[in-house]
Design a protein around this ligand. Sequence first.
Ligand SMILES: [Zn+2]
Length: 643
Amino acid sequence: MTLTTTTTHSVPVAPTIGALRPLGLDEVTITGGFWARRQDVNGQATIAHIGGWLEREGWLGNFDLAASGALPEGRRGREFSDSEVYKYLEAIAWEVGRRTAAGLPTDELEARFRAVVARVAAAQEPDGYLNTRFGRPGQGARWSDLEWGHELYCLGHLFQAAVARVRTRPDADDGLVDVARRAADLVCDVFGEGRDERICGHAEVEVGLAELGRALGEPRYLEQARLFVERHGEGTLRDIEWGRSYYQDDQHVRDADVLRGHSVRANYLAAGAADVAIETGDDELLRALDRQWDTTVERRTYVTGGQGSHHQDEAFGEDWELPSDRAYSETCAGVASVMFSWRLLLARGDARYADLIERTLFNVIETSPSAEGTAFYYANTLHQRRPGAVADAHAATPRAQSSLRAPWFDVSCCPPNTARTFASLAAYVATADASGIQLHQYAPASIRTTLDGGQAVALEVATEYPRSGSVRIRVLTDAAQPWTLSLRVPAWAEGARAMVRPADGGPEQVLDADQHGRPGTVSVDRAFAAGDEVELVLPVVPRFAAPDPRVDAVRGCLVVERGPEVFALESVDLAGTELAASDFADLRVDPDVPPRDDDDGSVTATIVDDRTGARGDVPLVRYHDWAERGPSQMRVWVPVVGA
Ligand SMILES: [Zn+2]
């Protein structure tokens, strides 16, 4: 199969074949609620915050130094700092697309985008090479340190930024797409078949090349992505203290049963491999990725959706090795996991991928930024034993210490990764196929698209999800023929149901939507008339969830969930309760008293001091909101009384 079509829609991923067609920012707008608030903060505060830090840390200035011939003296930041500039560009490109679709002004963002692109473009060498850390007198030679140099990794992010730009402003003349094309051509010349047959120590160029190939209709880039994917497992990278599994060079992708090694690298590679498998019709490779996803989600994923339980190598642990207090759960691993799941969802159409995406969005990616969008978690622990230290607001934090959110890190991959995800979030809400439209994520939204048969469809989604479980979809267009509206029903939604209310006042139809503990869908197939309404009612009430007994670290504990949100016990909430004087480590949860909703929107559980016997009702915090009230102790999994 070759690439024959390019999409005209504003999507981050556009497979030419698959079960579902993604709907882009030009077709879906999030119009209110939880995610619109985050998108506003992201667009108004986070993107500017990132730009400010890129400037003050000199990571943008590195491009100016490169252009003026002043490198390597004065170069600042780690070897991969160029990639943060590219993710920043990608975030702005999506934000411009989002604002354009919503009818909001984009002048200031456009100007910022063009100014940064001009500085990047000026640093590109005549043959297309682009990196501020290698290739000049006094620097390491080009491609001389593929294990740790991140040159191809950085270019992968450049390619994704170019994809965002060409899909949101195809007529833009800023030059970013040309910069990416010249760099991609060089990569193909240097690393093509029979040339340099090594890989990059940090996967990302695969997913970037594959999508750039799709976006520009350039099969050579997809072929280069395929070569990089196939070369993983050839052992071309040096063996290191954590083994070649760290950078997935220990085993061929198609032979692996589970994701392993560095969790961001593993997920970026899996996402790129999925693109390659889908575009080349490589069913064996796609089945291998299905298998890896299944096993990783069952055995190596935290209840939050977080992945990675080793601090020292930022890596997956063994099966069932999921300690709460040592959880690494890097924000970027959450972003990368969403990328991998989204590709499998488009290929397979199975709701379980959207279920994990939702869990990860609410409980990993949303946990990283503060409410104001100007401080971040890098690692996302599930258990803070000691109150953390307040991060310096005016200096980069040296490492991912998981105490309180910090404005910036010496390795600052996570903040721009959240920014590009939130700016493009509307592209993960809904898809279409030959039979109709599928809703995967629930938010107030406006959806307008054309079905395969040429039928125009418009929908309006109204909901207060995740505060409430009612999702009302109003159809705004008359249908010439019947089509199917499919709604995801999360695994936790026991007793879910759907109602169809015809615009003509006909009798309401009630559908049983309970999937009996598995993620699934409920579908309504009809010749919709304008004014028809479908309401999905999900039982969003607090509930206990128990861990898999094979996860030793949290055996005998429970977690409280409500809808897609995970809750936590935080020490600041003990003030004023009978447990104010208790040692946080002595606290247990009473499993016989179900968690319950309070009038103010919080959730309460009955907590007992195991040593003194004191007991009290304590409000739990949404995990993504923890540590917003100063240093505290926190735990997601709470031991049960008597365990
Ligand atoms: Zn990161």
